[in-house]
Design a protein around this ligand. Structure first.
Ligand code: SF4
Length: 217
């Protein structure tokens, strides 16, 4: 659809170009090369870090790893130079096997028709989703452990009683007459359901804990 709209607007704009004060060409190419070159200049080298790291322990440690021949991220970062201009600009797309595609003045669209804006936005959204998924996977392990601890299926005591009570209150759970373990189990179930509900519904943690501005969005 997006592609069709764009093609249409290109035809439309071309046909009526003289009627408009300005027109938006989806193939507009913004030259990013000089901005990337400037950005690249700000990259610290290992020598910079060894000379300027504010914590002397960092400088000592780097001198020591050098001495024993142990490679660090600073060595590897230097070896990666010069960093790829397309990658730094965020306009390298490898989402499908027609790529990788890159955006240049000569080729302002990927094979599928995606322009720089779409490629950058997609890359950003996908990297955020990947990061959230990685943290979420760890969080899920913690939730499952809490559930099993609550059920007595693993030998782990629930020591944060005040926390369990506070969180139970936050969710509006009835606490009277319930053990800490029972409440912890209910909390774990809410968290697990919030994390992976298959049918859309109220996100109870957001509803209970987020500030009003977040609730709106
Ligand atoms: S720009 Fe389009 S065609 Fe190129 S790799 Fe990305 S999704 Fe595939």
């Amino acid at each position: 659809m997006e592609e069709e709209k764009h093609s249409h607007s290109v035809l439309h704009d071309h046909a009526h170009h003289h009627d408009h004060g300005h027109h938006h060409d989806p193939n507009d190419f913004t030259d990013y090369v000089s901005a990337v070159a400037e950005y690249r200049k700000t990259f610290a080298s290992k020598a910079n870090v060894m000379a300027q790291a504010p914590d002397p322990a960092v400088r000592d440690m780097l001198a020591y790893t050098d001495e024993i021949g142990c490679e660090t991220c600073f060595d590897r970062f230097d070896k990666q130079k010069p960093h790829c201009t397309f990658g730094l600009a965020g306009i390298c797309c490898k989402i499908c096997s027609l790529g990788p595609c890159k955006i240049t003045a000569k080729s302002p669209r990927g094979t599928c028709g995606a322009n720089a804006d779409l490629i950058v936005a997609r890359n950003l959204a996908r990297s955020a989703a990947g990061g959230v998924a990685a943290h979420g996977a760890r969080a899920r392990e913690v939730m499952l452990t809490l559930k099993k601890a609550a059920a007595g299926e693993v030998d782990l005591p629930i020591v944060g009683k005040d926390k369990v009570l506070a969180v139970a209150k936050m969710y509006g759970l009835e606490t009277k007459g319930k053990t800490i373990e029972a409440l912890a189990g209910e909390i774990a179930d809410i968290l697990l359901e919030d994390m992976s509900r298959t049918v859309p519904g109220t996100h109870r943690t957001v509803a209970a804990a987020a500030i009003p501005e977040r609730q709106k969005v």
